[in-house]
Design a protein around this ligand. Sequence first.
Ligand code: SF4
Length: 443
Amino acid sequence: METDDQNAAPSISSTLAGNYFISNYPPFSFWSEDQNVEAELALNSDPDPEAKLGIYHHIPFCRKRCHFCYFRVYTDKNAKDIKNYLAATIAELKSIAERPLINGRKPHFVYFGGGTPSYLSENQLRELTDEMKAVLPWDEAEEVAFECEPGTLTPGKLAAVKAMGVTRLSLGIENFDDHILEINGRAHRSAEVFGAYERARAENFDQINIDLIAGMLEETEENWQRNIEQTIKLRPDSVTIYQMEIPYNTTIYKEMKAEGKLVAPVADWKTKRRWVKEAFAALESAGYSIASGYTAVLNPERTKFIYRDALWSGADLVGLGVASFSHAAGVHYQNMTEIDDYLAAITEGRLPLKRAFRTSEEERMIREFILQMKVGVVDLDYFEQKFRVDVAGRFADQVRALETEGLLNVSDGKVRLSRDGLLCVDNMLQGFFLPRHRTARIV
Ligand code: SF4
């Protein structure tokens, strides 16, 4: 493994603090409170008949905070706090469902993320989802996805999750080694992983996904190879592998700062990329196909990522709960990021808005283009039809430079990323941003 000397000057491949993963455009740092009125206007507008609708529900509770976590999570809330929070999210959903943009539409996909959705009890899950369905029925949803922490998945809970209508169960395993799980602050251990996986299989979910992270604290060559072997042995329907990043609000960064270190104590980017490359190659040999810069799937015909694909082609997304992100009729917005502020806004009957951004048509085109690049193949005709833009021509300079580096090519009406291009896709996307968005820190 190539690691940096923590006290030496950073190299080009060093893992420094900050966000690497690009999940939206324009970057969040451009969204502002001044534009909150745009979110109100968007929700009061008529829907685009072509746009799909999705619901994201944020469950901000976890058993323990992982050292690399940068999400809004709480580890100190009791049953009453959780009940109040869930009731607030239902009130939020009711208020949004009455707005002209949403009224009468049915969700195409539903996503429970966090935090840890599986932290909720069986009763809490049943009540929450019954109430959500009473407001916006899910009977036409093609996907209901649910993120889990393996240590929270009792047999009864898995049955309750299945009964909710979940089609894709995503297990946040991250690593199979108990020491690495412990040193990174994860709440679960490998015995819980294997138990949860077996029980989830017995419940016959349409799709079981395993999440792994390449480059956790103290990851080694040998251990990473064991992770790959173990994953292939379990044979999940899909595998998602993230390369470890160290954003500023993580415990790891706080320790780096206190010790005056610039370089994070994890493998460098070159090593993390090689690890994912090796994992992808091993998964391909075991019958998997690579479906994006982060995912491998066993059966591409059967295993789809409805949430991802809809969102990356401009779907409306209603994000419920603290700190959640929404996209409504071309307007991005984020909810308040502190639970007390969020609850107060809901109690007062206000939308719990923190910041918003109205996108232009050009920004929406760039957003979809860069997000679809993450899949590895971009259909040029889609952009001609939807935005009347020849994206290969519009981005000719960037495309030529990346072609020269062997990271992508354009042929048969498609931009295709090479494997090396796919593994560093987040790195290349800033080059497609409008100049005014390029200098900003990606947060
Ligand atoms: S389980 Fe996920 S959301 Fe919860 S603390 Fe760990 S990384 Fe964060």
